[in-house]
Design a protein around this ligand. Structure first.
Ligand code: PLP
Length: 332
């Protein structure tokens, strides 16, 4: 496919495993449940952003950039992985952190915040919720340029057409791997945040001519806004690749019933899902994305959304360091 012409750095050896979740499948008496272990991707702490960064960092290096600027929440997996990729490539990395929940930034916080410190960000700036992050990054870019640097800006979640190539490549990886394993996958369930992961998978499966449906579980925005975001990402990546792929809103499946009070705020179902997967499958989920996505998938199974003989693949997008920033809420 077209994307293979794009420059790529490799941060993970081989494909991430696909595992059958025997105990969870038996417990729920529903469809067969598999998991794609993207929590085992390379760089510090693993997770979905690593796939996007393989293409983004290759682009930055191709443009002779010497430092990276990116942004995210105060406990951002994307910021931790971007910083990690920058260190690996020998580049500086500047972070702009948005306090999406007022007073949620603690300089001594555990989780991703601890890792920002250990990995050593070149600068960290915390801004209040609702700040125009693109504007903030642009201002910093101009400052750095005036000091003689050549910064490369990566948007929130690493979601832009170049980053989204990571999940087009993943769609192909899944097809090759399930063929080797001799399993047919009917639906994929993933957390849908900035929307790049969801969009890359939809665009990838469409262009590869497969019938696999992608079900996004919203963790932040209500359905109409999330639909828009995913649609926009699909159109932009297809345009960049000159793909004629026809995608309508019907191809974009989103459930927004599992967000709770808002981004990163815990729900009872998330806590149950985190405990259940740890207990039954020895798999850790994160409290912000995969815990809520799993809670959503379990609820859809209980409500009969899937057929008994469907094979569903849960995409584990990582985020585990976030558990250690939510210890109080998760402890009994
Ligand atoms: C960023 C992130 C997501 C969401 O991916 P998007 O491409 O932003 O929609 C899901 N899970 C984890 C753990 C993440 O860090």
């Amino acid at each position: 496919m077209e994307w293979s012409k794009w420059k790529r750095r490799i941060y993970t050896q081989g494909a991430t495993p696909i595992q059958y979740l025997d105990q969870l499948t038996q417990l729920l008496q529903g469809p067969n449940i598999f998991v794609k272990r993207d929590d085992m991707l390379g760089l510090v702490g693993g997770g979905s952003k690593t796939r996007k960064l393989e293409f983004l960092m290759a682009d930055a290096i191709g443009k002779a950039s010497d430092c990276i600027i990116t942004c995210g929440d105060v406990q951002s997996n994307h910021c931790r992985l971007t910083l990690s990729a920058a260190n690996y490539e020998g580049l500086d990395c500047h972070l702009i952190l948005e306090e999406r929940i007022p007073n949620s930034f603690f300089p001594k916080a555990n989780g991703n915040n601890l890792l920002y410190q250990l990995l050593g960000a070149s600068s960290i700036r915390v801004v209040p919720r609702g700040t125009d992050l693109l504007q903030e990054m642009d201002t910093l870019k101009q400052q750095l340029e005036s000091q003689g640097f050549q910064p490369y800006v990566i948007p929130v979640g690493g979601s832009n057409p170049i980053g989204d190539l990571g999940y087009i490549a993943c769609a192909e990886e899944i097809l090759v791997q399930t063929k080797q394993l001799g399993i047919r996958i009917d639906q994929i369930v993933c957390a849908s945040g900035s929307g790049g992961t969801h969009a890359g998978l939809v665009a990838g499966f469409k262009t590869l001519n497969t019938q696999i449906k992608v079900i996004g579980i919203g963790i932040n925005r209500k359905k109409p806004l999330q639909d828009e975001a995913v649609h926009h990402h699909i159109l932009s990546v297809c345009e960049m690749l000159d793909l004629e792929t026809k995608i309508d809103y019907e191809d974009i499946i989103i459930f927004d019933d599992y967000i709770g009070e808002g981004y990163s705020l815990p729900t009872e179902e998330m806590k149950k899902a985190v405990r259940l997967l740890a207990k039954k499958e020895a798999i850790l989920l994160d409290p912000v994305y995969t815990g809520k996505a799993m809670a959503g998938m379990i609820d859809l199974i209980k409500n009969g959304y899937f057929k008994k003989d469907d094979n569903i693949l849960f995409l584990h997008t990582g985020g585990i360091p976030g558990l250690y920033a939510h210890a109080n809420e998760l402890m009994d």
